[in-house]
Design a protein around this ligand. Structure first.
Ligand code: F3S
Length: 407
């Protein structure tokens, strides 16, 4: 991989051992994936924050580093709400360790904004190169915003933050962003069904790039849930939705023209080779999606906000409450700063008895481990809760979750 003089100086230790180590990580990845050079990034988002997931070894690794982030950098959710850890049932030892981790990142110039929806803090622009590691945020940035990031690991995102660059490979390159498989969904779907769809489709797609043909036009929140679940149950880092997501223009325009015309013929799923949809296609069994949505009886915890809730999602929850108080334990997870603008909504939710938790989530916090069955409205949480928390999980719509909470 070609390095500039300055990059080579860093690689050889001329700017200290931390930057040298970081540059070694970037160069090693670049060499593995065939990058020609490093490219500047606009921001970094770093996973590996909860003490539950990184433990003492992770804390020690971060604490030994010295340096300052060269680009705006934020963190993934941590293991607790810093102001409400006691009411979450978190013990002091965990809380102290978690604080140490956050302070270690802060010493590196990384903001203690712990969110899996960093695009609510600052929305990347189309074509921006990023180094993000939260898989749902990666999917959202690539697919919905047209920004460019690989699925970084925590250490490689941190390396990119401290160097201000990443190796140019994978989804930073045009031709790697084309769809590889067509997913046909032949009936309208709504709300949490998008998460269930991603949960069902993810394993079939693996690390491919699906393009969906849908009967409904998804909202941004529905796309967020689709991508989060695809990334969790598969290893998807980017998807397209025909005529919805912004990046179909990278396909040759004359093919785009053909594609649009032929799609008007509802029965024409047999696409000719010149058509831009991949011939490799999967027809989704919507019965599997609907069945999944029915398996959520008797939860003792209802947890919403995976990925962290948007303003529109908070409004949906409030609407579903219809002025009632909840009778079960209910959590809604949000990023702290993003939530400041929604202070009124959050107050109203708290008055109904809901716990609105900042900068943490039902998966990365040990607090959820005490429950038996969790009801969620997220395909990603459905996938991770059993393995990460040892808790059974079921998925329902936001309205069903709130009905269950008020029963
Ligand atoms: Fe975010 Fe936690 Fe879900 S990090 S995407 S709320 S599992």
């Amino acid at each position: 991989m070609y390095l500039t003089n300055e990059e080579e100086l860093i690689y050889n230790g001329g700017q200290g051992p931390t930057l040298q180590k970081m540059m070694e990580i970037l160069v090693a990845l670049g060499d593995i994936y065939g990058a020609d050079k490093l490219i500047p990034i606009k921001s970094a988002q770093i996973a590996g924050v909860s003490y539950k997931t990184i433990g003492d070894a992770g804390l020690e690794w971060i604490s030994d580093l010295k340096g300052t982030a060269k680009v705006p950098a934020v963190l993934n959710p941590m293991g607790m709400d810093r102001n409400a850890w006691e009411s979450m049932g978190i013990d002091r030892i965990f809380a102290d360790k978690q604080e140490e981790i956050i302070r270690a990142y802060e010493r590196l110039g990384i903001k203690a904004e712990c969110t899996c929806t960093p695009y609510y803090l600052e929305r990347p622009r189309f074509g921006d190169h990023l180094a993000w590691s939260e898989s749902s945020a990666v999917c959202f940035a690539n697919s919905v915003l047209g920004a460019r990031t690989n699925r970084e690991g925590g250490p490689s995102a941190l390396a990119a933050a401290l160097v201000g660059k990443t190796a140019e490979y994978g989804l930073h390159i045009n031709e790697n962003r084309h769809p590889t498989v067509t997913i046909k969904v032949k009936e309208p779907i709504h709300g949490a069904e998008y998460g269930a769809l991603g949960y069902v489709v993810g394993p079939k797609v693996g690390d491919g790039i699906p393009i969906f043909t849908l009967k409904t036009t998804p909202s941004e929140d529905e796309l967020k849930h689709l991508g989060a679940a695809l990334a969790a149950s598969g290893a998807v880092a980017m998807f397209h939705v025909l005529d919805v997501t912004p990046e179909q223009y990278i396909l040759p325009p004359e093919r785009m023209e053909v594609g649009r015309k032929e799609l008007e013929n509802e029965n024409d799923w047999q696409v000719p080779s010149r058509y831009f949809l991949p011939r490799n296609n999967i027809e989704v069994d919507l019965n599997a999606v609907k069945k999944l949505m029915q398996e959520h009886s008797e939860p003792d915890l209802i947890a919403l906000g995976c990925p962290h809730a948007s303003t529109a999602e908070l409004e949906d929850i409030l609407r579903a409450l219809k002025g009632r108080k909840v009778k079960k334990e209910v959590w809604v997870c949000v990023g702290r700063s993003a939530a400041e603008k929604d202070a009124g909504l959050i107050d109203a939710l708290r008055q109904s008895g809901i716990k609105v938790l900042y900068d943490t989530c039902m998966v990365v916090s040990p607090a959820a481990n005490h429950f038996k069955k969790m009801m969620v409205n997220s395909g990603k949480a459905l996938k991770y809760v059993p393995s990460m928390c040892g808790v059974e999980a079921g998925i329902g719509t936001t309205e069903e979750c709130i009905e269950e909470a008020c029963r």
